[in-house]
Design a protein. Structure first.
Lengths: 803, 221
């Protein structure tokens, strides 16, 4: 029986080649989209699941509750670590302290001199205690966690050891210099962690080394200070619940944390949330919110549903042509369920072909995944989960796409079928087919609207006036230590002599940045304000370098420590002052320090990405925190100037590696995930449009065949080509418009929600929706046009004779 | 073998009721060869469809081989008919996507007959109608007469006790028609009951009994 069905299925495919191609192509694209999205979602969900204690590991995080809101920090005050160990002896508590952009210099064999192998490790540079490696498990190729008990010991990953020493086996016992200051001995090697981790360990030095060099790494052993660099992890025993510990952490926080203008509380974040909770930055290169994963899954679902709708529409339309076969089979004694099985079987065959094609398409597309996600690892899908997913998807698609046509076909009354009394109008109710087309158009319009909104918002963001000049500003980072600071001034003089250099500033941070340094403060001898301000440490030329505009007053004079200060417009407003002028000459006190005079107010500029509101900001001098050199260049001859700067750098700072970036690129990086989402919408809107057009084209081809006689008669009766084309496009145009009635509100809600991510955002106006509708109408007309014109111009005599 | 009592069939069209079959009584004994005749639109096909259970009447009772057809469950009814009845149509109604061989084989598949057995049964049929050479051709590659032979072969393959033929020679020339009628005669001699609808007096003569229909009623003669 199966052989018989199989044969007839194959012949059907061959006979209706055009429909088969449309069906298989549509389904294959849908399945490939799903497979790729599945691979991405699966990868994102797999972060750190390789840790054997995955479900028992918790990250201790801190919330800081102010009168006007809560801020979140992934760290805890440094003394909390020892206190946790005292208060929770049954729990293993490990810690990780990160330093970004630290320099590692490879030493010669006997550690006497530095080699010229200098590396800036932008990530992966950590200090840790042995307990960290009890909580998190890694494969130790040499040494053991206990080596981190000892000061000046360090552990490398295999990959980093190979980068420094060629072969990791040669690395053990060799010496490295960290940030030109600390000589450490390589005492252990761990196997490289996989790519799907938020703990991209590369070089891990003992915690005692950090304690001995507190100043260099701003390691502040005080209950007062809270830094995101220092994170603590707990391994809960199986019988201890997180809620139990949370309750105890609440009283712990009350007992230990300093209450000033806010209340700090620590609580547990499961390791399984670390990759998804946007409130707490992690050590990895990205956080993917669950909302994004849902969006991806939903898009996959949309696409596959559209492909199934195509299939259903085409099969039911085709059913008319098959009514005779079905009628005969019934007369010959086939049960309805046998026919049902036959048609499901045929669908399954098409789905199998589609899956094969989809796997092929996916293999071709896999290398491009990195453009729409933050995943840089190569992905694959020849694994059990993906294969099971494909099988499951295949079965679901077969049932979804096959059931309705199978019910319709197997339900034909044989007498009607044999009398050729079944027409497209009577098959399964034309209204069902119309609703399906409406659904398809609604989906593609939702995606078109999403794309337009994302494009508009992102171009708004990128062209927004930041309030300072980001162009041609070269930045370079170095861990600011005293040696560096002692040479900075003469380096600056030499830089300013270069013809391509307009201004030079040493500072801790660029005007727009994701980093922040916050403090409580008091204004004009009043008690402490209820909100914090953001501190920017910068020298007097900062304002010139970034062309910040003064509303009133002027930059402070050169000084090594905090003296006079400059504030921004937002701070003036939040202090309740009407006129920036009123701030000038008033005094401000940071933390519990001295009173400083306000000498200038700058016009508001974007203090971080456009997602966030402008922060109340204060600029002051603080030489010991200057790790960034910012150079405003002449926009011509940039490469030449850059080369000159590098040679000057090597002359002044031979022991420091030279790594630069442009301010503009850094700002672009703020929006990496949004850019990816925009691209994702573009791609999938394109696919959705393509699939729906494929379906439309199929339906219209079918209609053209069905209506050949009608068109012939109409033409004989005097209808013009235009009348005929109108006949074809009228219905689809109406369906598209009905689709947009569904699409517009759904897309509005969806994108409005997305826009809430931005403090600075566009307004969705009617134009966006009209354009989306217009696009889909035009595309549909193009898809329908060819076939309907062909049908319209056909010779009526010919079509009538063939009847 | 079968008995129709007080069969009525009608179509509602608007307020009017169009009667297609009116008060039909018909008893058919095993081994009979009956010809149904009547003008176009008189209800011949409708009657045949009721006998073959392709269509249900609105009123009346129907006994087939001792079973009250309307009291049977759908499945039993289907079982009853597919083992006992073979259909032959004016328009042949072969499945275009299947070869001659496969067309003849199809009813056996629905009766779950084993492959080896099917092979020999189909081979017998091909032999009998001398169409062995055509077995791999598709219906569209055959002449009308050849197609009808395949149609008959397909009807006979299940060894039916009753053959229902709706204008089996309607699309054929007189020579082909004669050939088909001879086959029917032969089958009838072997004991198969045959009910055919025909417009041709000559073909009707092959039968032993003629049932005349006029406006859905059997006209006594
Ligand atoms: N679906 C239907 N709705 C209404 N009337 C119908 C329907 N199907 C058949 N009829 C009517 O039933 C009557 C009998 O039709 P039937 O096909 O049985 O005639 P026939 O005797 O086989 O004619 P012919 O010799 O032309 O094949 C006709 O008058 C036809 O119009
Ligand atoms: Mg008829």
């Amino acid at each position: 029986m199966f052989k018989n069905y199989f044969k007839i299925a194959l012949r059907n495919l061959e006979r209706h080649k055009a429909f088969s191609v449309i069906n298989i192509a549509g389904l294959a694209i849908g399945i490939a989209s799903c497979l790729l999205l599945f691979t991405v979602v699966k990868y994102e969900l797999s972060y750190d699941t390789f840790q054997p204690n995955y479900h028992q590991i918790y990250h201790v995080v801190t919330q800081d509750k102010f009168e006007d809101g809560i801020t979140y920090n992934p760290g805890v005050p440094i003394p909390a670590l020892e206190a946790f160990r005292n208060d929770f002896p049954q729990i293993i508590t490990g810690s990780l302290f990160a330093s970004y952009g630290s320099q590692v210099t490879v030493m010669t064999k006997n550690a006497s001199t530095s080699s010229d192998k200098k590396f800036i490790e932008s990530t992966g540079f950590f200090f840790a205690d042995p307990q960290f490696f009890q909580v998190f498990q890694y494969q130790w190729l040499a040494g053991s966690p206990s080596v981190l008990e000892v000061p000046d010991n360090t552990v490398l990953t295999k990959k980093l050891a190979e980068k420094y020493f060629g072969d990791w086996k040669d690395a053990v016992g060799q010496f490295l210099k960290l940030d030109n200051k600390i000589t450490v001995k390589v005492s252990g090697i761990i196997n490289d962690p996989p790519g799907n981790t938020d703990f991209p360990l590369a070089i891990i030095t003992s915690y005692k080394t950090l304690k001995a060099n507190a100043q260099l790494y701003a390691y502040a052993d005080s209950w007062n200070s809270l830094s995101s660099n220092f994170e603590v992890f707990m391994l809960l025993p199986k019988n201890v619940s997180a809620s139990n510990i949370d309750a105890r952490l609440l009283s712990f926080s009350k007992k230990n944390y300093v209450v000033r203008n806010s209340v700090k509380t620590s609580f547990l974040q499961p390791l399984s949330d670390v990759h998804f909770d946007k409130r707490f930055p992690n050590f990895g290169d990205h956080i993917t919110s669950k909302a994004t994963l849902w969006t991806l899954s939903l898009i996959g679902l949309f696409i596959i549903v559209m492909a199934c709708i195509n299939f259903i529409n085409l099969s039911t339309a085709q059913a008319v042509g098959r009514s005779k076969e079905i009628g005969i089979r019934k007369v010959l004694g086939s049960y309805r369920r046998q026919l049902f099985a036959q048609i499901i079987g045929e669908t399954a065959l098409i789905v199998i072909f589609s899956i094969l094609l989809a796997v092929f398409i996916s293999i071709l597309c896999l290398p491009f995944i990195k453009h729409i996600t933050s995943i840089h690892e190569p992905l694959g899908f020849f694994n059990t989960e993906s294969i099971l997913f494909l099988i499951g998807l295949g079965a679901a698609v077969t049932l979804l796409a096959g059931t309705y046509p199978a019910l319709i076909l197997s339900g034909f009354r044989p007498v009607l079928a044999l009398k050729n009394k079944i027409t497209s109008a009577t098959v399964g109710g034309i209204s069902i087919r119309r609703s399906l087309v409406v659904a398809q158009f609604a989906i593609s319009q939702i995606l078109i609207i999403a794309t337009i909104v994302a494009i508009t918002q992102m171009s708004f963001v990128k062209n927004a006036d930041l309030g300072f000049n980001q162009q041609a500003v070269l930045l370079f980072n170095a861990n600011g230590d005293s040696i560096m600071h002692s040479r900075q001034q003469s380096f600056k003089q030499k830089l300013l002599l270069l013809p391509g250099v307009k201004a030079v500033s040493f500072n801790a941070d660029a005007p727009s940045s994701d980093n922040g340094w916050f403090t409580n403060f008091a204004f004009d001898h009043r008690p402490d304000e209820k909100f914090q301000l953001s501190l920017k440490f910068a020298d007097e030329d900062y304002f010139k370098t970034f062309q910040l505009q003064f509303l009133t007053g002027k930059p402070y004079d050169k000084s090594d420590t905090i003296k006079d200060v400059v504030i921004n417009e937002t701070l003036v407003k939040q202090l309740g002052l009407k006129d920036p002028q009123d701030a000038i000459g008033k005094e401000i006190r940071l933390g519990g320090g001295r009173w400083n005079t306000i000498v200038g107010v700058v016009k508001d500029f974007k203090t971080s990405s456009l997602r966030e509101a402008i922060k109340p900001t204060l600029f002051c001098e603080r030489k010991e925190y200057y790790g960034v050199t910012s150079i405003k260049l002449n926009s011509s001859n940039i490469t030449k100037t850059k080369a000159a700067i590098e040679s000057l750098w090597n002359q002044y700072f031979p022991e420091y590696a030279f790594t630069t970036s442009f301010m503009e690129d850094n700002i672009k990086q703020f929006y990496e995930q949004e850019d990816q989402l925009e691209l994702l919408y573009k791609i999938f809107a394109g696919i959705a449009i393509f699939i729906s057009c494929l379906g439309l084209y199929g339906l219209v081809s079918f209609m053209a065949i069905q209506k050949t006689k009608e068109i012939g008669v109409r033409k004989v009766l005097g209808a013009s080509v235009k009348n005929i084309i109108y006949l074809f496009s009228k219905e689809f145009t109406i369906l598209i418009l009905v689709g947009s009635v569904i699409a517009v509100p759904v897309a509005y809600l969806m994108m409005n929600h997305w826009l809430q991510n931005f403090t600075f955002r566009i307004k969705m106006n009617v134009g966006i929706f009209l354009i989306a509708i217009l696009i889909s109408v035009i595309i549909a007309w193009v898809a329908v046009g060819y076939k309907s014109i062909k049908a319209a111009v056909a010779n009526p005599v010919k079509s009538l004779r063939s009847e | 073998m079968l008995s129709l009592q007080k069969i009525f069939k009608w179509y509602n069209n608007g307020v009017n009721r169009t009667f297609v079959l009116k008060d039909i009584h018909l008893d058919v004994a095993e081994g009979e060869f009956i010809s149904i005749m009547g003008p176009s639109g008189s209800g011949k096909s409708s009657l045949l469809n009721v006998i073959g259970m392709l269509d249900e009447p609105n009123e009346g009772s129907y006994t087939f081989m001792g079973e009250d057809v309307f009291k049977l469950k759908e499945k039993q009814r289907s079982q009853l008919f597919k083992t006992h009845i073979g259909f032959v149509f004016q328009a042949y109604h072969l499945i275009d996507e299947l070869t001659v061989y496969e067309n003849i084989e199809t009813p056996l598949i629905y009766q779950n007959i084993k492959t080896s057995e099917r092979k020999s049964m189909v081979a017998d049929m091909l032999d009998r109608f001398q169409i062995v050479g055509k077995k791999d051709l598709f219906p569209t590659q055959l002449s009308g007469g050849q197609q009808q032979l395949v149609g008959i072969a397909r009807a006979l393959i299940v060894k039916p006790k009753l053959i229902l033929a709706d204008e089996p020679t309607g699309n054929l020339n007189s020579k082909q028609g004669e050939e088909i009628m001879n086959i029917f005669k032969e089958l009838n001699n072997e004991g198969v009951t045959i009910i055919q609808v025909t417009h041709s007096e000559k073909n009707a003569e092959y039968g032993e009994r003629i049932v005349n229909l006029l406006d859905g009623r059997i006209v006594m003669n």
